[in-house]
Design a protein around this ligand. Structure first.
Ligand code: SF4
Length: 188
């Protein structure tokens, strides 16, 4: 708590990197690259039920120059990969990449020549979010992992970073879905 009597002008001292990193981690702007069913879970993560806005990452941007977090949700075909790489390269540094779901990370059940068997063969991936599809909670854990890394970072170095390559292990106990409704004391 700030003592407003002894510090009438409310002076706070801190390190520049803490302020910069607090601002960076509280304002991640995702670039959704949603190609399949995982994209629906990505949309659910931004909905009122899971409320990605609590983490300051709800401002989805469809322009790479305004985004610093690429979320690849769904399978990527060999024809799509150059487009994905192009969008990634247009994003400004520092930027992060989440590979959401089995298809983006490994090709999933689509073990065929047309599907990329893991996007990390062609672009750096910071966090792998497992599942088919991952639940919104797991995606949020992936985003929080990036936030923790940003928080503990120094100021962003010039040039490219090495990919973090973290794999998220879900730590939540899912409750039955959908949650039953009670109307007039009666469960429906
Ligand atoms: S991981 Fe599963 S849910 Fe996600 S895109 Fe692939 S098949 Fe669909």
């Amino acid at each position: 708590m700030i003592d407003t009597q002894t510090l009438p002008d409310n002076i706070l001292t801190t390190q520049l990197k803490r302020v910069v990193n607090w601002a960076r981690r509280s304002s991640l702007w995702p670039m959704p690259f949603a190609t399949a069913c995982c994209g629906i879970e990505l949309m659910a993560t931004a909905s009122s039920r899971y409320d990605l806005a609590r983490f300051g990452a709800e401002a989805m941007r469809f322009s790479p120059r305004q985004a610093d977090l690429m979320i690849v949700a769904g399978r990527v075909t060999t024809k799509m990969m150059p487009v994905l790489q192009h969008i990634y390269q247009q994003m400004t540094e520092p930027k992060w990449v989440i590979s959401m779901g089995a298809c983006a990370s490994t090709g999933g059940v689509f073990d065929c020549y047309a599907t990329i068997q893991g996007i990390d063969q062609f672009m750096p991936v910071d966090v792998y979010v497992p599942g088919c599809p991952p639940r919104p909670e797991t995606l949020i854990e992936g985003i929080m992992a990036i936030q923790r890394i940003i928080d503990s970072d120094g100021l962003p170095p010039a040039g490219k970073r090495r990919p973090l390559q973290l794999a998220i292990e879900p730590s939540y106990a899912p409750s039955p879905q959908p949650v039953p409704l009670t109307v007039g004391g009666r469960t429906v």
